[in-house]
Write a protein that binds this ligand. Sequence first.
Ligand SMILES: *[C@@H]1O[C@H](CO)[C@@H](O)[C@H](O)[C@H]1NC(C)=O
Ligand SMILES: *[C@@H]1O[C@H](CO)[C@@H](O)[C@H](O)[C@H]1NC(C)=O
Ligand SMILES: *[C@@H]1O[C@H](CO)[C@@H](O)[C@H](O)[C@H]1NC(C)=O
Length: 482
Amino acid sequence: MKHTTNSLLLMYTEFLVFLLLFSTTLLIASSQTIVETLPGYPGPLPFKLETGYIGVGEDEAVQLFYCFVESEGNPEEDPLIVWLAGGPGCATLRSFFFQIGPMQIQYDNYMDNVPALQLHPNSWTKVANVIYLDAPTQTGYSYTKTPEAIRSSDTSSAAQTAEFLRKFVRNHPKFLKNPMYVAGISYSGIVVPIITEELYKGNDEGLEPILNIKGYMAGNPLTDKSLDINSRFEYAYRLALISKDLYESTRKACNGDYANADSNNLQCMSNIYEVNKRVKGIYTQQILEPDCDPATNLLTIIIPIVRGNRRALQANPINDSICQGYYHEYAIPWANDEKVKKALNIRKGTVKEWTLCNMDMQYNYGKQSMPSYEFDVLSSVEYHKKLSKRNCRALIFSGDHDMMVSHVGTYNWINSLNLTITYNNWDPWYVKGQHAGYKTTYARDNYSLAFVTVKGAGHTAPEFKPKECFVMVKRWFAHKPI
Ligand SMILES: *[C@@H]1O[C@H](CO)[C@@H](O)[C@H](O)[C@H]1NC(C)=O
Ligand SMILES: *[C@@H]1O[C@H](CO)[C@@H](O)[C@H](O)[C@H]1NC(C)=O
Ligand SMILES: *[C@@H]1O[C@H](CO)[C@@H](O)[C@H](O)[C@H]1NC(C)=O
């Protein structure tokens, strides 16, 4: 009898332990949420959206937030990509709403007291499973559990993103077999090749799960900081913004280095002054658009990717002729709305105010660091070199009206890799019979790189030429000629 009571007790304890374990599993599972509706959009979402957090770094003190959209095409076979918005510190919702995401903001319409949403016909989620990631920490809805974990750097955030990706696939084993690409724009050009190399290396070292990493993509990617800034000068000349005389005399006086020009070289300084005078008032991110940043200074500082993000949203709907960046501000009231945060399952009390870009980590040329971030990689060219020894594909695209990270600098570092030109050498490519830009294809052994310019596009090419960029990436994913 006694014995029975004991074993019953034991069973009961086991049951409790089981319950406890089971509820822990539930707790872990609950950091992933399927989102069926969103404020601003009528009815259920016609695509599969999941949001969640994954802890990385020491004691998982860094909690990275993501939105994951399953491919609306063939999720079992389409690629799995992670997309980084740049900055560093820019929120992934910028990409979700304004670049490659399934939804767009309607600028003249409100619903549920937030800016109304509509579907985006050129969403990359039609051909890929896309993870929109808020990285590094302190970006978008990502946060840290300890004050020490706030500060990150190019190398630490790349390592954290690589850790995130392995954990993400572990939690989503149905995507183990899908070809995987690391992708991003602008400042992400520094971390995308580092993350990609880290994933290959992790596979070599036998980290679980083994990822089906196939390559990477980057748009107007900052890559070699000095070289990219210097290339703005050449770009300004090629786009007829400065005269041939000024171009030649400046090149001679400054010996080809403008970003780090010697301030004792008075001839060079005076030439740079003349150059800056001529490009002042040109919007660096798309030279044909109206300028919103009167502080444009071509050759000595980098313009923050977006300006201050606390400006109040204008009451009036914004006119087409007004600066591109103003549209992004519609995301602010949406992302800070309590109903929205509830729908996205944002953890209470983790992020006081969602901002488009965290200004405590925005890149500034010449600065070593910002309060929350250290710029510890000057050039990611060496990572491209490492990747060129792997079985790897790369797509590098450039909006050719961007002066911030211009195609001139991008072309130069790609050529420094000494690859062999294969099928195309600055050949035109077409979308619906219309000229869309130029393509050059390179290879060495098992590495291939396609360099594609998008004619007429600005700094974030998919924002300016959504249809062309969608067709480009669709062809590239399918291993078809662009
Ligand atoms: C928008 O543009 C139109 C025509 O250019 C102008 O009449 C109108 O005042 C503008 N509206 C705002 C809010 O700026
Ligand atoms: C490319 O070739 C040049 C000239 O042959 C050489 O100086 C350079 O080191 C090479 N770069 C790489 C990445 O192999
Ligand atoms: C290219 O990949 C194939 C198949 O994985 C491999 O056998 C070959 O050694 C690789 N070539 C080089 C030069 O790495």
